[in-house]
Design a protein around this ligand. Structure first.
Ligand SMILES: C[S@@+](CC[C@H](N)C(=O)[O-])C[C@H]1O[C@@H](n2cnc3c(N)ncnc32)[C@H](O)[C@@H]1O
Length: 188
């Protein structure tokens, strides 16, 4: 009996180790991509949620949701729909697995796909942590599809060529430097 339990524990540890190696391997190789995987830190996510002032009925999306950190943090308090779209199969699968374990108030939806193709017309709040290249691929779509009153929160990088939005730049004091949260409110 004890041998069986020990074998079970060994198997689970092995599984966790293999999972960790795969995850770390993916994170490292993702730096070859135009938008690598770097999770947003807890403090920044908290600030993004505070600034967003999400209302009942708001539909929130994280563009490039990774393993779902922003999605889970928003859904913890917000009762509406929270969507995460991620193109990496591995990161998407991890977020789906976490979704089985985490409890929140919101209706979580993870989509595996390319955010440049996802319809944004009924989204009220867009959150993202991308690179200038990633932002370039989506700014025209954000300009065209988001409706009046929609808000975008972009961590670290501005959306240079967006039109019809009011920009607010919020400094975020981090360990060694100051980063920014760029907030855009659609005016018309
Ligand atoms: C810097 S990470 C941010 C992850 C997550 N939003 C967070 O804050 O923890 C950017 C993510 O965007 C994803 N990504 C990049 N281009 C994408 C695209 N066109 N469609 C969907 N996801 C994309 C990457 O795979 C990566 O996981």
């Amino acid at each position: 009996m004890i041998n069986c339990i020990l074998a079970g524990i060994q198997f689970l540890l092995l599984l966790a180790a293999v999972g960790m190696i795969l995850y770390m391997g993916y994170v490292m190789q993702s730096f070859k991509n135009p938008v690598p995987y770097v999770p947003t830190d807890k403090k920044t996510i908290k600030k993004m949620i505070a600034v967003a002032k999400i209302k009942q009925g708001d539909k929130v999306i994280d563009l490039g949701s990774g393993i779902g950190k922003i999605v889970f943090a928003v859904a913890k308090h917000h009762t509406g729909e929270v969507i995460g779209i991620e193109k990496s199969r591995l990161l998407f699968s991890i977020s789906r697995l976490w979704a089985l374990l985490k409890k929140g108030k919101g209706k979580i939806k993870f989509v595996r796909g390319d955010f440049t193709k996802y319809p944004l017309g009924n989204i009220n709040i867009v959150m993202c942590f991308l690179t200038p290249e990633g932002i370039l691929s989506i700014e025209e779509k954000l300009t065209k599809e988001l409706l009046k009153g929609a808000m975008i929160l972009s961590y670290m990088f501005p959306i240079e060529n967006i039109r019809g939005f009011k920009e607010t730049k919020i400094p975020l004091k981090e360990k060694k430097k100051t980063n920014y949260l760029f907030v855009y409110n659609k005016l018309y």
